[in-house]
Design a protein around this ligand. Structure first.
Ligand SMILES: NC(=O)c1ccc[n+]([C@@H]2O[C@H](COP(=O)([O-])OP(=O)(O)OC[C@H]3O[C@@H](n4cnc5c(N)ncnc54)[C@H](OP(=O)(O)O)[C@@H]3O)[C@@H](O)[C@H]2O)c1
Length: 233
């Protein structure tokens, strides 16, 4: 399998021991991409890799390691850690992620009696914070509205949802759209520059309200968008 006529890139997922990162690791490894899970604890990373591997019936490559090694050895780095750990995690991989595409999935959210809401972020959004901390990487924001429950559901052959892909570098957003497309059922749709990522991250608070009210795992679907695979960014 190839990506845009190029060999499939290797993926390093920081926080791949967790819900969202683990789900992406499962889907991409099952699609044939070499995947490494990155953790603050190498043993935890190896355990997660073994656990996720056991659910994939076909030949694949899925391993676990520490955060810096994970970022250093990957072509594309995914940041899937809680908002509280966002900046400190990124600071650790600044050198390792230089020149690479960094996919940021992080939703800065807070919760109170009224439910989830988007708190103010100094840089405007998690994605903008990532780009500020990693000036020599190409940050792309994506996967904010994808349910980790659906991603990790081994009985679900497809994850039918759209993924809004945001970034300032056209080649990088196109590459991420292609990575989205490798997960059956998903479409990656270019949705703007990083300066607009705050609204996309914040929309997750509304999806959480939907999920609580209707007891489901809602995602987004964009109407009247066609031929997205190679759409210009
Ligand atoms: N869950 C979803 O459905 C979903 C959907 C879309 C986007 N997201 C976003 O994806 C990110 C990860 O969400 P998640 O639900 O997967 O989170 P999670 O399971 O709670 O955490 C993911 C991993 O982050 C690592 N981590 C690093 N620093 C941490 C800290 N200070 N405290 C706790 N964990 C830390 C942990 O790995 P180690 O301990 O192994 O280092 C943990 O396994 C979030 O920013 C969220 O907004 C989540």
């Amino acid at each position: 399998m190839q990506l845009d006529n190029a060999p499939l890139p290797s993926i390093g997922i920081l926080g791949g021991t967790g819900a969202l990162g683990g789900g992406l690791a499962y889907r991409w490894a099952a699609a044939g991409l070499p995947v490494t899970i990155g953790s603050r604890n190498e043993e935890r990373a190896a355990e997660a890799a073994a656990r996720i591997s056991s659910g994939i019936p076909t030949a694949h490559s899925l391993t676990g390691t520490g955060l810096i090694e994970c970022a250093a050895n990957a072509d594309v780095v995914v940041v899937a850690v809680p908002w509280d750990a966002h900046r400190e995690t990124l600071e650790q991989i600044r050198d390792a992620a230089r020149g690479k595409v960094v996919i940021d999935v992080v939703n800065p959210l807070a919760f109170d009696k009224g439910g989830a809401y988007a708190p103010p972020v100094e840089e405007g959004s998690a994605a903008q914070q990532a780009q500020a901390v990693l000036p020599d990487s190409h940050v792309v924001a994506a996967f904010h509205h994808v349910s980790s429950v659906l991603l990790s559901d081994l009985t679900a052959e497809t994850v039918d949802t759209d993924v809004m892909v945001l970034g300032d570098d056209a080649e990088s957003t196109r590459k991420v759209q292609e990575l989205v497309r490798l997960i059956p059922g998903m479409r990656g749709i270019y949705a703007g520059k990083l300066r607009t990522a705050g609204a996309v991250e914040g929309l997750t608070a509304n999806l959480i309200a939907v999920n609580r009210r209707y007891k489901t795992h809602a995602g987004v679907g964009l109407t009247n968008v066609e031929a997205v695979a190679h759409a210009k960014a």
